[in-house]
Design a protein around this ligand. Structure first.
Ligand SMILES: [Zn+2]
Ligand SMILES: [Zn+2]
Length: 186
């Protein structure tokens, strides 16, 4: 298993691992920021985690909400997107908590498995990050009523009106137009 830095959302579950299957712990958490991808971060995170002891480790049920600062797909201005995440994942123990025996070899090779590390730390940050990325809208908007940029003149239609229909400013054309307007009827 690759050694990875723990996220701030890491819990020592050594006590729960000593209890019988079905034993539970509930944790309410808040976190200011969790990195997502490409400079984005889930911020102002609040959530609840329920850990349930299973035969092979701990089952984690997590609900969380947060805010992602991203870019509006219509007007290209900053957009704040609310993200709600709910997931349940099995975390497998890699060390027997009572004997200290390494049981990682018993854990079948499975890229999707989350592991409790050899110091009995369970980190929900990685899963929360993955689920938050999945919950991000494909086309984030600064507001649902965003008018976007005009494809013709490029103005931000939230701030200015479209200039596409403005008459070209040309004095010669204006003079000709005035002459035609004044043309006496015959
Ligand atoms: Zn917008
Ligand atoms: Zn326009």
């Amino acid at each position: 298993m690759a050694t990875q830095k723990h996220s701030p959302l890491t819990y020592n579950v050594s006590q729960l691992l000593r209890e019988e299957s079905g034993s539970r712990r509930d944790h309410a958490f808040t976190e200011s920021s969790l990195p997502l991808h490409e400079g984005e971060a889930l911020r102002d995170i609040a959530g609840d985690a329920r850990f349930t002891r299973t035969e092979s480790g701990i089952y984690a049920n997590v609900t969380a909400s947060g805010i992602v600062s991203t870019t509006c797909m219509r007007c290209l201005q900053p957009a704040l997107v609310a993200v709600d995440v709910t997931f349940a994942e099995q975390y497998r123990a890699t060390v027997d908590v009572s004997t200290g025996t390494n049981i990682a070899a018993d854990v079948e090779e499975d890229d999707d498995a989350f592991l409790i590390d050899d110091h009995h730390f369970l980190d929900i940050g990685m899963a929360l990050r993955e689920y938050a990325i999945l919950e991000m809208p494909m086309r984030p908007l600064c507001k649902s009523s965003c008018l976007g940029l005009c494809v013709g003149c490029g103005v931000d239609l939230n701030l200015e009106s479209c200039r596409c229909s403005e008459a070209p400013v040309d004095d010669r054309f204006a003079a000709l137009q005035a002459l035609l307007d004044k043309k006496p009827q015959q």
